[in-house]
Ligand binder design. Structure first.
Ligand code: TRP
Length: 333
């Protein structure tokens, strides 16, 4: 029997290269080795965007289209939407009962969010009850399928640790080694920064979307920051201080190519504009098949909806089995 993997992403809409390189690529490879459950966390999106739900449905479709385009295969993996599995909400209740308040309070992601909310930008808001429960709900996501492993970015590891603590506590209280202690599965790829050198993010306006056209991508790459100390194109460059463009080369170029770029830059034989034009072509070549597949799904949204419905039905059947055991262990009526 294969080990079980669960992982999800919030329904933030169209995904960017950070998602692709940091998470999705890893998922694609895991599909053959594990029983994979991949889901769109629409409830988690509501923890902060409860008042911006007009695009919720489209955002979910966009996330799933990006996954399919990148090679998540509904024949191998179960693809579903969190809120279509109400069993997760019930499990969330049981887990909430056994989770001490200070376990959620010490969650570093929540602490950060609380800080942001309190600032002017966050309009001095308080954390709502649902956001407080973010790590518990995430534990319910993972434990709903009794996952062994959770492939995530390093920012999510603290959450997986809480999940492990909650599993252990459940097993202790209800007297059976029922839940596995899920392990995070990190991938070793280097993080891609945004076009401005900061963390790539939708809200920072510095991302390249998986769904961007080749033209838009080429234009965005031209705006990427390079070696700030370089004024003329035949000045000797410093690839190691080139904040974005050369870093992208190391991600998208082949070994030999990277050496050529480095060498030519250092000798002043390669201007930044020319360099970024080539880089844009490189990135576009890498993404062209993915984008073609995405266009196919954009033109056939009913196929995407069918994949979500079928995946959610499969996930739900499995969730019902686990929930039955949980109710038995907790001794519910
Ligand atoms: N918190 C994750 C994120 O922000 C999304 C998520 C929700 C998740 N539930 C999960 C990831 C369960 C892995 C497993 O990206």
């Amino acid at each position: 029997m294969k080990e079980i993997i669960v992982s999800g992403m919030r329904s933030t809409g169209k995904l960017h290269l950070g998602h692709y390189l940091g998470v999705i690529q890893n998922w694609v490879q895991l599909q053959d080795k594990y029983d994979c459950y991949f889901f769109v966390a629409d409830w988690h999106a509501l923890t902060t965007k409860y008042d911006k739900t007009d695009d919720l449905r489209q955002n979910i479709l966009d996330v799933v289209m990006d996954w399919l385009a990148c090679g998540i295969d509904p024949k191998k993996s179960v693809i579903y939407v969190q809120s279509l599995i109400p069993e997760i909400a019930e499990l969330n209740i049981y887990l909430g009962m056994i989770t001490p308040q200070n376990w959620v309070e010490r969650d570093p992601c929540l602490k950060d969010m609380a800080k942001i909310l309190k600032t002017k930008e966050g309009q001095g808001q308080q954390i709502n009850y649902g956001l407080m429960g973010y790590p518990v709900l995430m534990s319910a996501d993972i434990m709903m399928f009794n996952a062994n492993c959770v492939p995530v970015g390093s920012d999510q590891v603290a959450h997986i640790e809480i999940t492990r603590d909650i599993s252990r506590r459940f097993n202790n209280i209800y007297g059976e080694e029922f839940f596995h202690e899920a392990k995070p599965l990190l991938n070793n790829c280097s993080l891609i920064c945004g076009l401005d050198g900061n963390k790539m993010g939708k809200s920072f306006n510095n991302d390249i979307k998986i769904s961007d056209s080749a033209e838009v991508t080429a234009k965005k790459v031209m705006s990427a920051i390079t070696d700030r100390s370089r004024l003329r194109k035949d000045d000797p460059g410093h690839p190691d201080e080139c904040e974005v463009a050369f870093k992208y080369w190391t991600i998208f170029g082949e070994e030999e190519e990277i050496q050529t770029v480095k060498c030519e830059c250092e000798k002043g034989l390669r201007g930044c504009a020319q360099c970024k034009r080539q880089l844009g072509e490189k990135i576009n070549a890498r993404l062209s098949e993915i984008r073609e597949r995405r266009r196919y799904y954009e033109q056939n949204p009913q196929e995407v909806e069918r994949i979500i419905e079928e995946g959610s039905a499969k996930a739900r059947a499995k969730a019902q089995e686990i929930l039955k055991e949980v109710r038995r262990l907790v001794k519910m009526y």
